[in-house]
Design a protein around this ligand. Structure first.
Ligand code: AMP
Ligand code: ZN
Length: 460
């Protein structure tokens, strides 16, 4: 698999540190409001990466943090007149709800910054000790001049960093490019005790500490939106190098922006729609289709017309599934199916070319609907459409949708397959029996072998 690595600024062959395992970290939200549909693009991108890696047989350890202490949360708590911890709890809950509604699979770990304050303090103390950070009147800053590699990820030279580093008049910093690891608190702000007095951590330190805590000193992939390359990811990498001399991650992936009227959708520009509101108008599958119809690194313009088109495209997938009569299904892929699967893998292996992968799904839907084709070929196409569609996060509640539309036929079909599988087992044809079980599982049908025979169930 090739992925575009920001560290090298080119596509590279993906080689995990441990064969068969991928350790992935993607920056999560700062929980001071509902997330917008631009943020959703980032969350869906890394959900699809995770699902695809799993489909390719990797065990994926996926960590997505929740930033629950930040200036913006404090400002919001003053605005809403409720304590900052309640603001963070309210929008953390909303984040989980809205992610689930978008069909995003729960990450393996979802740590909160406030749960790792002790680790953060230890990491900052270690950076001071090693000569990469300094204290100034209760603040702690990273000394960018101490790290020759600073700027490697973003490719920015020191002069550009100074120009780009939103240099507020801050006389405590030795150098305008230096960044905050620990902030002395102002009156009324949430505080934690530390060796430098009461204060709170900086965002860049939160992420580097959470990723290393759950995934180790160097992990496989670090991701986020393109706006995070500088300064956030550059500053995470700098701290990792300061702490261990080792890179934080081997591959750095960044999704492009969701724009609106040619500008980045963002809270600060107030040109956003929350995912929560958009989900009231359109299905999660249509929103995912809308994102995935463009390459994840390209910008996308928010467009209701295109989301509506996406809604129709998803409906076309479902109608392809419904119009297949599943009688006589054998679940043994024919050649044309293998070709489609190969084409899907080839597309996704090319730095997640989801647009091409969707074209394969279209082709399968077309085949499933084509009454000129032999029935088994149509059925195979429908089955593969489901299997590959699920890799992109579609058809997640297919079991109920299929059973709603074809209750009797579904039951008969399942029983027929279970019967074939029993025969395969009697003939010790374990490969066929496993295949039937796996293909049914892909449709949301779970088989359990009991002393009384094989029982089936629809997965929740
Ligand atoms: P934030 O809560 O602002 O830290 O953002 C959460 C994630 O959304 C980060 O990975 C950002 O890079 C990403 N993001 C923010 N705005 C956009 C946008 N308009 N389009 C795509 N990704 C975005
Ligand atoms: Zn982060």
């Amino acid at each position: 698999m090739q992925i575009y690595n920001q560290l090298k600024r080119r596509k590279e062959e993906f080689k995990p540190i441990k064969p068969g395992q991928v350790k992935l970290y993607a920056c999560g939200p700062t929980v001071y409001s509902y997330f917008h549909i631009g943020n959703a693009r980032a969350f869906v991108t890394f959900d699809v990466l995770r699902r695809y890696l799993e489909f390719r047989g990797y065990k994926v350890d996926y960590v997505q943090n929740i930033t629950d202490i930040d200036d913006k949360i404090i400002a919001q708590s003053i605005d809403e007149g409720i304590p900052f911890s309640e603001i963070a709890a309210k929008y953390s809950r909303a984040f989980v709800e809205d992610s689930t509604a978008l069909g995003i699979k729960t990450p393996t770990h979802q740590p909160k910054a406030t749960d790792v304050i002790e680790d953060i303090i230890a990491a900052i103390a270690a950076q001071i000790e090693k000569g990469y950070a300094y204290e100034a009147q209760g603040d702690v800053y990273f000394d960018t001049s101490a790290l020759p590699e600073y700027g490697t990820l973003s490719g920015k030279k020191v002069e550009d960093q100074m120009a780009g580093a939103r240099v507020e008049e801050n006389l405590r910093k030795r150098n305008p490019a230096d960044f905050t690891l620990w902030k002395a608190s102002k009156p009324g702000e949430p505080v934690w005790p530390s060796p430098w007095g009461e204060g709170r951590p900086g965002w860049h330190t939160e992420c580097v500490v959470m990723s290393r805590k759950y995934l180790g000193e160097t992990f496989d992939i670090h991701g986020g939106g393109i706006d995070l390359i500088f300064p956030h990811h550059e500053n995470e990498l700098a701290q990792a190098l300061a702490l261990s001399g080792k890179p934080l991650a081997n591959y750095w992936m960044h999704n492009g922006f969701l724009n609106i009227d040619g500008e980045k959708m963002s809270k600060s520009l107030k040109n956003f729609f929350t995912a929560r509101d958009i989900l009231k108008e359109y299905s999660a599958e249509a929103i995912r289709f809308f994102f995935l119809s463009k390459h994840y690194r390209s910008p996308i313009d928010f467009s209701r017309e295109i989301i509506e088109e996406s809604e129709r495209a998803v409906a076309n997938f479902y109608s392809a599934l419904k119009c297949v009569d599943y009688k006589g299904i054998t679940a043994i892929p024919d050649d044309s199916c293998n070709q489609h699967k190969e084409a899907f893998i080839q597309a996704m292996d090319d730095d997640l070319n989801t647009a091409k992968a969707l074209a394969v799904l279209f082709e399968l839907a077309h085949q499933a609907k084509n009454t000129q084709l032999p029935q088994p070929q149509r059925e195979q196409a429908a089955l593969l459409l489901v299997q590959l569609g699920q890799v992109l996060g579609f058809f997640q509640d297919l079991a109920s949708k299929l059973c709603d539309s074809l209750p009797n036929l579904s039951r008969q079909l399942i029983e027929l397959l279970v019967h074939y599988r029993d025969q395969a087992r009697a003939n010790k044809d374990w490969a066929l029996s496993d295949r039937i079980r796996d293909d049914l599982a892909a449709l949301g049908i779970e088989l359990k072998d009991t002393p009384e025979g094989c029982a089936w169930n629809l997965k929740e």
